[in-house]
Design a protein around this ligand. Structure first.
Ligand code: PBG
Length: 313
C-alpha cells in the first residue's frame, strides 16, 4: 500500500552516469576517494558504456583527462583531445541509443587548474574564456556529443556556446547548463579523479556561487534561460534541495541536479565503516533529489542503481 501511494519513484532513465577517460594509460586507474569509479582507458570506457546501455541506462557524461595540461587548456578544443577521441568512439558504438553528454570546461586541461584563462593579475578572464568554451563546444559536437554541458560558470557562456554551435551547423545540439553551481567543498574527490590542483591553493569563489545565497541561484538560472539553455542544472544536490525546488518552480525547462563526488564519497565512506546502510541512504538521497524537483540526476550511483540498488555495503 505504501508503494501504491508513493509520490516519488526514481527510474533508471532519470540517471546520467559521469565517466572519466584518461589519455595514454594502459589500464583503468581506480580513484581512491571515489570507490568503484575509475579513470578509464578509451577501451574500458567503451565497455562500460555498452554495459550501462544493457542495464537500461540512457545517458552518460564524459570528462577527459589529458596527458599534457597547459595554460589555456588547449586539448579541450583539439579534435584529437582525449574527450573528443572518446566521444567519437562512443558515438560509433551507441549511435542514438544513448545520450552522450560532454562536460564542457577546461579545468581538467589547464596546468593551473582554473576553469578558464588566467590574466596578468592571476584572475580568470571571463570573456577570453568564452572563446575557448565556444571552440570546445564545436569540437565536442563535431566528435559526436549529443549535448554539451558547460560547467565553468563564466558569465555569458550559454550564449557564446549557442552562437558557436549554430554557426558550425550544430543547431540541434542542446545545452545542459550548470546554471546554479556552488563553490562547494564537495568536489574534492572529483579533483582527484581529473588530477586537478588549483594553483596556489586557490578556489573557485570568483566564479562559482556563494553557498549563503539562494536567491542568487534564480538570477543565474534566469540568465542561462535567456541565453538559450535547454536543461538547467543545480549542483551539488543534497545540500541544495531548497535551490532545486525553487528552480523547479521558476522554470518550465527540465531541471537536472548533480549528486557530486563528495556526496557519493560520504555515503561510501560511512557505509564502509558500517555506520550507515549505504544502499538505504543512497536510495533515500536520489529520491530526495527527485522529490525536490530534479527530473534528471547525474550520479556516480547510476550503475549501482541500474543493477538493482544493492551492494554498496
Ligand atoms: C569543473 C567541474 C567540477 C565538477 C564537475 N565539473 C569541479 C569543480 O568545479 O571544481 C565536480 C563534479 C563532482 O564533484 O562530482 N569543470
Amino acid at each position: 500500500m505504501r508503494d501504491l501511494v508513493a509520490e516519488t519513484r526514481v527510474d533508471v532513465q532519470d540517471l546520467v552516469a559521469p565517466l572519466f577517460v584518461r589519455e595514454a594509460v594502459a589500464d583503468p586507474i581506480p580513484i581512491t576517494s571515489l570507490p568503484g569509479v575509475v579513470q578509464h582507458t578509451v577501451d574500458s570506457l567503451r565497455r562500460e558504456v555498452n554495459e550501462l546501455a544493457e542495464l537500461g541506462v540512457r545517458s552518460v557524461m564524459v570528462f577527459g583527462i589529458p596527458e599534457h595540461k597547459d595554460a589555456t587548456g588547449s586539448a579541450s578544443c583539439a579534435s584529437n583531445g582525449i574527450a573528443q577521441v572518446a566521444l567519437e568512439q562512443l558515438r560509433a558504438d551507441v549511435g542514438d541509443d544513448m545520450v552522450l553528454i560532454a562536460d564542457l570546461c577546461v579545468d581538467e586541461y589547464t596546468d593551473h587548474g582554473h576553469c578558464g584563462i588566467i590574466d596578468e593579475h592571476g584572475s580568470v578572464d571571463n570573456d577570453a574564456t568564452l572563446e575557448l568554451y565556444a571552440a570546445a563546444a564545436v569540437a565536442q559536437a563535431n566528435a559526436g556529443a549529443h549535448m554539451v554541458a558547460p560547467s565553468g560558470m563564466m558569465d555569458g557562456q550559454v550564449a557564446a556556446i549557442r552562437a558557436a554551435l549554430d554557426d558550425a551547423g550544430h543547431i540541434n545540439i542542446p545545452i545542459m547548463a550548470y546554471a546554479s553551481k556552488y563553490a562547494s567543498g564537495l568536489y574534492s574527490p572529483f579533483r582527484e579523479a581529473v588530477d586537478v590542483t588549483i594553483a596556489g591553493g586557490g578556489d573557485r569563489k570568483g566564479y562559482q556561487q556563494d553557498w549563503r545565497n539562494g536567491r542568487e541561484a534564480l538570477v543565474e538560472v534566469a540568465a542561462d534561460v535567456a541565453q538559450g539553455a535547454d536543461i538547467i542544472m543545480v549542483k551539488p544536490a543534497v545540500t541544495y534541495l531548497d535551490v532545486i525546488a525553487e528552480v523547479r518552480a521558476a522554470t518550465d525547462l527540465p531541471v537536472a541536479a548533480y549528486h557530486v563526488s563528495g556526496e557519493y564519497a560520504m555515503i561510501m565512506a560511512a557505509a564502509a565503516n558500517g555506520w550507515i546502510d549505504g544502499d538505504v541512504v543512497a536510495l533515500e538521497q536520489l529520491t530526495a533529489i527527485k522529490r525536490a524537483g530534479a527530473g534528471v540526476i547525474l550520479t556516480y550511483l547510476t550503475r549501482w542503481f541500474a543493477e538493482g540498488a544493492r551492494g554498496l555495503s
